[in-house]
Write a protein that binds this ligand. Structure first.
Ligand SMILES: Nc1ncnc2c1ncn2[C@@H]1O[C@H](COP(=O)(O)OP(=O)(O)OP(=O)(O)O)[C@@H](O)[C@H]1O
Ligand SMILES: [Mg+2]
Length: 310
């Protein structure tokens, strides 16, 4: 089983306002809401890939209930813990006239270490040897700094392979517990190494250094439209980005993480993993917001993926 953990979910509300003007009344012409937060996005994509995952996370208030209901409607099994407070709504205002994107993000829930430990204690007895736990995204206010270390360590001890997708201090902290796989983008890996890394060769060297230093089995470095680098103990593959019409690049990395989790669970070869992940990332950017792409689109893109060994 794959578990996706979203400790800081959000209801993503995307609205269109032509000629958005501050200090004035603005009319919304179209709107949609999607349950979001990186782990939930991963679960949405796993579902499209025909896989199964259980979405784990912390929710609160009416917004939390709206997310739970939407996840239930999508037939994604979930194990959410409800706490005091209101889950954040992230409002994205798209202005098609001025071509701007404005984000208004709520602060969200404040948690305590006890709340997080309670959720972890609920998860651990369910985790079986060989299961996959995806830890991704930001942490809610009040979370201890070592949360991803604690969760990685505990899930590994329960027999799971941990996939960690986080940034900055959270990534660094999780690394010290040696997750099985991490998927930084090239900016996140550069930030971690304290230098600007651009070429596949530079990124591979940095990834190998991290693998040796922390004992990580696999690193996938995504590079936006330029594709991704897949580094394992045995080999490195560079996959070019697919040329597709771009609607929104938000959540492209989450689609890659979903493909990596499904590939790992089904024991796919590295080549097949590369094909599926690259197609998933590209199919995602063809969709608006954090909508998950349909499998037919992913399937059509897979044979077009170009990759080579470094
Ligand atoms: N403009 C694009 N055109 C084609 N493919 C893209 C584009 N942007 C991203 N992708 C695909 O999606 C993958 C992941 O993208 P990216 O590196 O932007 O992830 P990310 O920064 O982690 O995204 P996020 O955290 O918002 O989900 C890339 O490796 C690539 O295969
Ligand atoms: Mg990312």
């Amino acid at each position: 089983m794959i578990y996706t953990v979203t400790l800081n979910p959000a209801l993503d509300k995307t609205v269109e306002i032509p000629s958005l003007t501050v200090d004035s009344v603005n009319r919304i012409t179209t709107m949609r809401t999607d349950p979001g937060g990186k782990g939930i996005n991963v679960s949405k994509v796993i579902l499209k890939l025909g896989g199964e995952s259980i979405a784990v996370g912390i929710l609160g208030g009416n917004t939390g209930r709206a997310i739970r209901n939407a996840v239930e409607d999508m037939k994604i099994p979930a194990a959410f813990r409800f706490v005091e407070g209101e889950t954040r709504t992230n409002l994205k205002v798209i202005d098609p006239v001025n071509h701007t994107n404005t984000d208004l993000n709520e602060p969200g829930i404040t948690v305590s270490g006890e709340i997080l430990n309670g959720l972890l204690e609920e998860l651990l007895p369910k985790v079986k040897n060989g299961d996959i736990v995806v830890l991704s995204g930001s942490l809610p206010k009040g979370s201890p700094k070592d949360t991803y270390h604690t969760w990685t360590d505990a899930c590994k001890k329960a027999g799971a392979k941990v996939i960690l997708d986080a940034d900055g201090e959270l990534l660094l902290n999780g690394l010290s517990a040696a997750p099985y796989l991490i998927k930084p983008n090239h900016h996140e890996l550069s930030g971690l190494m304290g230098e600007t890394l651009e070429t596949p060769e530079e990124l591979e060297k940095a990834a190998r250094r991290l693998m040796a230093q922390y004992g990580i089995a696999k690193i996938v470095v995504s590079m936006g439209g330029a594709g991704a680098l897949y580094v394992t103990a045995e080999e490195t593959i560079y996959a070019e980005g697919l040329k597709v019409p771009v609607k929104s690049t938000v959540g492209a990395g989450d689609s890659v993480v979903a493909a990596l989790a499904v590939s790992e669970e089904s024991g796919k070869s590295l080549e097949d993993t590369v094909r599926l992940s690259t197609a998933c990332g590209a199919a995602n950017v063809m969709c608006s917001g954090t909508q998950a792409a349909e499998y037919e689109v992913i399937e059509e893109l897979m044979p077009k993926v170009v990759f080579h060994k470094l």
